[in-house]
Design a protein around this ligand. Structure first.
Ligand code: ZN
Length: 123
């Protein structure tokens, strides 16, 4: 018997297909959130490089304005990208409960969805 839902797994009902798609969308959203977090963490770990760069520029008595502005712009971009990510479960900001971003947390600060969900049946 052919299903009216078009291409998909054989014997899959419309409800199963919708559930599979929504699960997939949720996993993709969580991956995007995790990538945003990783970018800001990498930026955070480059802080010693930035400080060394400022130090070297100051020792040579050169301008540091552009260097600082570029670094701050990169930081701000990644932080805003991370802050604007919404949880696929509750729809609220994933990392922001109040004004601060928690870089270390790996789950939604509102509903507790982990960034990497354990697929059902493995636990
Ligand atoms: Zn949530």
């Amino acid at each position: 018997m052919a299903t009216p839902s078009g291409p998909g797994k054989p014997g899959e009902s419309l409800r199963d297909k919708a559930a599979r798609k929504s699960g997939l969308a949720r996993v993709r959203a969580l991956k995007r959130i995790e990538r945003a977090r990783t970018r800001l963490l990498v930026c955070f770990w480059t802080l010693p490089v930035y400080i060394t760069g400022v130090w070297l520029l100051l020792e040579e008595r050169r301008e540091i304005d552009v260097f600082m502005l570029v670094y701050i712009a990169i930081w701000s971009g990644f932080a805003l990208d991370m802050a604007r990510r919404n949880c696929p479960g509750c729809g609220r900001q994933f990392f922001v409960r109040n004004i601060l971003i928690n870089l270390m947390i790996r789950k939604c600060v509102h509903c507790g969805i982990p960034l990497r969900e354990v697929p059902s049946g493995i636990e």
